[in-house]
Design a protein around this ligand. Structure first.
Ligand code: 6GU
Length: 249
């Protein structure tokens, strides 16, 4: 997969050199290219923002640098005749979910446009919406100062789904929010050695070697945790997905 990011803070994306995403890049599974938006300005001060039409607080990102930057990025991939999906981080976008992460992980090419200030001139989104699959996406119900941290979040969520990136292909099978038997349940607690730590032991069932009982226990713990931490997830689950044991919890 190829990912381009256009930003006025390229250094904010340095964590993409570290850990899982860094390794995926080093192994050639992921081709990440970071671009400085100011390279597509032409004035002495490399201006990227201006005051909003209609008045109001804050500044709006000017359309011309974004247009030149996105044209250049899109053109740089022209040999494959493939067009990228344009991901526009904004607190007024659609929620970023595991389902969207899976969908994006199946695309060959993503371009992210993290904005600062009050956002990007609307005409940029309209212009590229005519040519590309454009997704305006929010990572949650709170407001950040810019889209760079959301881009780090989204790239990590997508990269770990790419083939050959996680060491163990099974390790996202039971993820909270993964589709399947545990759909809509959060992951339950996990334990490792030593068997006793500060007087605290391990639930006996995990030492029993009884795979059926262990699976049942994990499901109950997942259900319990979901009821406690995310009652909204339980409420929107089809009651047919609950079993007799769930009803006792
Ligand atoms: Cl994508 N951007 C900003 N600035 N704030 C956010 C967000 C995005 N998602 C949640 N809050």
């Amino acid at each position: 997969m190829r990912i381009d990011v256009v930003t006025i803070f390229p250094e904010y994306l340095e964590p993409l050199n570290v850990s899982l995403v860094g390794k995926a890049r080093a192994r050639g599974r992921l081709d990440v290219r970071i671009h400085d938006l100011r390279e597509w300005t032409h004035d002495k001060h490399n201006t990227v923002d201006d005051t909003p039409y209609g008045g109001g607080p804050g500044m709006v990102m000017k359309p011309e640098p974004w247009g030149e930057a996105l044209d250049a990025v899109i053109e740089s991939g022209a040999q494959g005749a493939e067009l990228p999906v344009l991901v526009v981080p904004t607190p007024s976008g659609r929620p970023f979910t595991q389902e969207l992460a899976v969908e994006l992980s199946e695309k060959p090419w993503l371009v992210f446009t993290p904005a600062r200030y009050e956002g990007i001139d609307r005409r940029v989104i309209e212009e590229y919406g005519d040519r590309l699959d454009v997704r305006e996406v929010s990572i949650g119900d709170y407001v950040l100062a810019g889209g760079e941290a959301p881009v780090l979040v989204m790239i990590e969520a997508v990269a770990r789904l790419l083939p050959g990136v996680l060491g163990n292909a099974e390790s996202h099978r039971d993820d909270s929010f993964a589709p399947g038997a545990m759909a809509d349940l959060l992951e339950g607690p996990v334990y490792t050695k030593p068997p006793e730590w500060r007087g605290r032991g391990i639930p006996d069932v995990l030492l029993s070697g009884h795979h059926g009982k262990i699976a049942r226990w994990r499901r109950d713990e997942a259900f319990r945790r979901t009821v406690r931490n995310r009652p909204d997830l339980v409420e929107r689950t089809d009651p047919a997905a609950f079993d007799k044991k769930d009803r006792e919890i």
